[in-house]
Design a protein around this ligand. Sequence first.
Ligand code: AMP
Length: 214
Amino acid sequence: MKNNLIILGAPGSGKGTQALKLVKDYGYKHLSTGDLLRSEIAKGSDLGKKVSGIISAGNLVDDLTVLELLKANCNLGQTAYIFDGFPRNYEQAQMLEKSLLSDVKNYKAVYFEINLDSLVERVVNRRTCKNCGEIYNTKTKPAKNEVDCQACGGSGTVVQRKDDTLEVVSNRLNIFKDTIGPMLNYYESKGLLVKLDASKDEKALFEDLKSAIE
Ligand code: AMP
């Protein structure tokens, strides 16, 4: 079976876009904790109400809440998973290892390395389909009529995430800067870390990613 994958990288480094490509070409299951949390907000669940303000401000939801949500949506063993957006700090990396990956030894952590200064514009220009998760960019990959999704045919479904605004993105990048180092050390010390140059274009990065997982 294919390795389970943990994708690490800053907001806008291309994790979601590349994960969708792996799902299409290799049949991975994509687990994005950001998507799971946003879907709770869309449903108006208690959990959604609890996390809505935290996410809009670009802060992290508490570790246990996200872990429980992840566990409830994950059934390891049958299919290879992509963990996108979890772990977000060293504590979550340990939680993931202990509670989900302890029996599943076949996994790798892939880090999308990129200069953070280049990301603000990418994130601010990002648009996302609220139906299928397809990711667009107003400059480099615009949606049809700006708001219609070519991937799922959704009409008016392509929107800007509330936390993809200029005000919020710098907070998200600062949190990333503060938390990424210990996670990289953790996976490197286990011999599980692969670093990819995420400044490459979408296609070239996908080629590197395919080589990394094979
Ligand atoms: P993302 O879609 O991965 O950019 O996540 C969007 C937002 O969801 C983050 O800025 C956090 O507020 C929250 N979030 C997603 N994953 C996690 C996580 N593993 N731990 C804490 N908060 C998270």
